[in-house]
Write a protein that binds this ligand. Structure first.
Ligand SMILES: Cc1cc2nc3c(=O)[nH]c(=O)nc-3n(C[C@H](O)[C@H](O)[C@H](O)COP(=O)(O)OP(=O)(O)OC[C@H]3O[C@@H](n4cnc5c(N)ncnc54)[C@H](O)[C@@H]3O)c2cc1C
Length: 394
């Protein structure tokens, strides 16, 4: 049995774990990331890839904490995508430079003046008829259209860009192989079949898998909540990139559409928003029919070429809130020698890494180890996850 001593063990290689691993390495920490599946393989590559700036949380006409804590994220990500930010994401692919927000009919005067208000300046821009994306360029379109300062990313390419510089520090494990040796919430070591890993701190970024880790560690607080979604996909042969929330009188988008290219040159419209939140108890057939009706009602002039429909049940994993409400910001909490964390949004991964690095600083954890790379080099590496539309329609 070989022993590795390192500064940090990160459990889970979605957006949160990978962002953290890169930032921690930059700060001189020796860190190892253990992943039980494929990198980004749970929520991250199944997300819509929108780098929210908080505007969708202001749909009731009020800027909540959710909308203000996330406001910096688009500019931080943009800097990274341009290769001048805290991490280099210049190899990642931007699907759209902007996300849009449209209403079916004209918005009330209150919302129109809220979107034009100083509070949302720089985040929301009204769009003239000439500037409309193709999907809204039809005489039948009657509503208002706004452009949001939010990019939409091809998440697998982000995962790839984050993995490349740190691949040697990532190890593929199976859930059965990993034994967390702990007493009363304090981790003594992580035991793999042939390697014993000891770290100064153990950080969970395992998304939904964090719940099982909390149970293993006998940690009662924080708890995790799942917010289930029933997403819909329509794969088609039209060239009609669409990135938009449709808003109505409620505080949540009726539907959020993002568009993702497939390997064979088709496109997939990925439909979330309230459609996904309220369709959780519907069968795939019922949910697809609901989505078809909604699209026909909202965009009646659109006829997609050769459309094929599918749906996907997936949970968002987050720290538990009272009455299953949405958490406002990234979450990181120290528990003895662990840090339990959830980014709660892909967009908030930079904020989560800040919070974790600050916690380490407060606990006077500084770089101390240099793990024996000859041991690590022999361990298997995980793959990067495939987008769900590459597997679901086969
Ligand atoms: C349908 C959908 C759409 C979304 N759209 C957006 C969006 O447009 N914008 C946005 O900002 N956010 C969005 N989100 C939220 C966002 O995707 C998540 O908040 C974010 O991806 C969570 O990242 P993560 O790294 O914590 O978790 P995950 O991506 O779930 O990664 C966790 C990783 O941990 C691994 N793992 C599990 N258990 C263990 C273990 N015991 N040991 C080691 N590894 C383990 C898993 O295999 C997985 O790879 C969306 C979420 C969903 C579900």
């Amino acid at each position: 049995m070989q022993t590795i001593k390192t500064d940090l063990v990160i459990l889970g290689g979605g957006i949160a774990g990978l962002w953290l691993l890169n930032r921690a390495q930059q700060q001189g920490f020796d860190a190892l990331l253990l992943e039980t599946g494929d990198l980004g393989g749970a929520q991250s590559v199944r997300s819509q890839g929108i780098i929210h700036g908080g505007t969708k949380y202001a749909l009731n006409g009020v800027l909540t904490q959710a909308s203000s804590s996330i406001a910096d994220m688009p500019s931080r990500w943009r800097a990274c995508l341009q290769g001048r930010g805290e991490l280099d994401l210049s190899a990642a692919r931007i699907l759209s430079e902007a996300h849009y927000m449209w209403s079916k009919a004209s918005l009330g005067a209150k919302m129109t003046s809220f979107f034009a208000s100083k509070a949302l300046k720089g985040r929301v821009e009204a769009i003239s008829a000439e500037e409309r994306p193709q999907v809204f360029n039809d005489p039948q379109f009657r509503g208002n259209l706004y452009k949001l300062n939010e990019i939409v990313l091809d998440v697998p390419s982000v995962i790839e860009a984050l993995t490349k510089p740190v691949l040697q520090r990532i190890v593929k494990v199976t859930a059965d192989d990993v034994r967390v040796c702990a007493t009363q919430g304090s981790i003594a070591a992580i035991q793999l079949p042939q390697v014993h890993i000891e770290a100064q701190r153990y950080i969970t970024t395992a998304g939904e898998g964090t719940e099982a880790l909390l149970q293993q560690l006998n940690i009662e607080q924080p708890q995790m909540q799942r917010r289930p979604l029933h997403m819909v996909m329509v794969r088609h042969a039209s060239v009609l990139p669409t990135f938009a929330h449709c808003i109505s009188s409620g505080s949540k988008p009726v539907v959020t559409i993002t568009t993702h290219p497939t390997i064979d040159g088709e496109q997939v419209w990925y439909l979330g928003g309230n459609l996904a939140e309220t369709g959780v108890n519907l069968t795939p057939q019922q949910q697809i029919e609901k989505a078809q009706k909604l699209i026909a009602e909202l965009l009646p002039w659109i006829n997609l070429k050769n459309p094929r429909w599918a749906s996907l049940h997936i949970n968002r994993a987050e720290p538990k809130q009272s009455s299953l409400t949405r958490p406002d910001s990234a979450f990181a909490q120290a528990q003895q020698n662990s840090i339990i964390s959830w980014p709660t949004k892909l967009a908030l991964a930079p904020d989560l890494a800040d919070q974790i690095l600050t916690l380490l600083q407060h606990q006077a954890i500084s770089p101390q180890y240099r793990a024996d790379t000859t041991i690590i080099d022999h361990l298997p590496r995980p793959d990067i996850a495939q987008p769900v539309w590459e597997t679901l329609f086969c």
